[in-house]
Design a protein around this ligand. Sequence first.
Ligand code: XMP
Length: 518
Amino acid sequence: MSPDLLPDGIVILDFGGQYCHLIARRVREMNIYSEILPSDASVDDVKALGKVMRTKGVILSGSPSSVNARDSLRLDEKILELGVPVLGLCYGHQLLAQLNKGDVRKGTVKEYGSRTAYIEKAEGILEGLELEEPVWMSHGDTVYSMPSCFRVLAHTDSAPVAAFSYPEKGIYGLQWHPEVKHTVHGDRMLHNFVFDICKCASNWHPADAVEEGIRTVKKQVGKGKAVIALSGGVDSSVAAAIVGKALGDRIIAVHVDHGLMRMGESQQVKEAMERIGVNVKVIDAKERFLKRLQGVVEPEMKRKIIGEEFIRVFEEEAREFGAEYLVQGTIYPDRIESGITRHADTIKTHHNVGGLPLHMEFKGVVEPLKDLYKDEVRALGAKIGLPRDLVWRQPFPGPGLAVRIVGEVTEDKIEALRMADAIVTEQVEKSEIAGLPWQYFAVLTDTKSTGVKGDERAYGWTVAVRIVESVDAMTANFTRAPWELLERISNDITNSIPQVTRVVYDITNKPPSTIEWE
Ligand code: XMP
């Protein structure tokens, strides 16, 4: 792309702080592109980003370590000579202070949580702020003083230099985290940095990725053919839609129905994609999967079998179609977490599809969403015209209902669970807590118990209902669901599924539990 058409952007150097992605998200929310690089990135790595953006500033993230530790993470100091402003946050603040001969030592107390920053000079990065500002702190080291050429902008009760600037050199530091919502005017601080100090223009919009993605795919695939495994989740659906627009009937979206999908799910996925012009081939592979799962009770073995069989079916279809390219719905956090940089030129063809490496050789991998966060992918999905329920679908494990059936997976158990799951979904979605939980589903346990159905004794299965709240699935809390909702779910399940005699509610958080039962 011609440099004039590139968006303005901010580079974030990741020193391992827990809020690094949040900084990138906050910058993007202002319609400024941002890319995260590891802290050991060289000045050339930063310059290489010139292919995708006009770098207008650099932000150094926080870190769990100390700048005074023997093996502390350092910065390629040539980055400070690039001629763009550099903002250090927390560890980044301390590192900039140390590199500029400031006095940085272990503080007398660790500041953690919401604190008051006393603003001494409401200028530059702190322009427009009050005399006292609530800010979010999380640090052990403290900057005690800076050389006189630096301007001290703020202090807290235990941090004498909580904000500084050296505008002539383009260096700025904040001891606190403006990216965290608890820093009430954090958005204003970041706004001051990117717009007033770095002079960025808001010229990046996630929805532009549709057109850009189509152009890139056309260039990459040329006249070749591509294949995508369509799970029905938002990432693979949006990726398929973009590639579909670029390649027309030279892409085949393969949806492997392993017989472990939720009620009506495969049909919904097919219809939604076809409405936006993507050809979907649904492979009915129920029998193959069920046969291989016969007698298997161990959860990891179930996953392995399903993963293997999935790959086998998918490869057969890809070969038959003559696909040379593999499309994947990899998104930005996946790429950063697996350490793959945008500029790595070795194409990795052994990415996961359903949890196992592909043995098939492809000419290349197409990843049209590799620069986007989940919420940006959702915005794109909505723009492309995917239905709301697909765009906002709750996560569903690759091995499907098999990891929600404790013990052997059989056809009648799948059928019962599918009905129970549909009841939980329907009841939650029409209740007062609709839209709040992260996930809500049913599990078929291997516990049988006695009940009374009609006037007769019944001996049947126990269904567990799981409803959890979470932000990123790393931790989760069970939802304190209204009793009336739970009662409706329980009544509906026992009334409509003859084999179920008992319904229980899972009241375990993650940790110690996981969200899924297996
Ligand atoms: P756990 O059970 O580990 O799940 O707390 C965390 C999140 O990941 C989803 N999950 C999976 N997703 N393949 C997937 O694509 C899987 O094998 C898988 N296992 C768990 C789960 O639904 C939850 O949102």
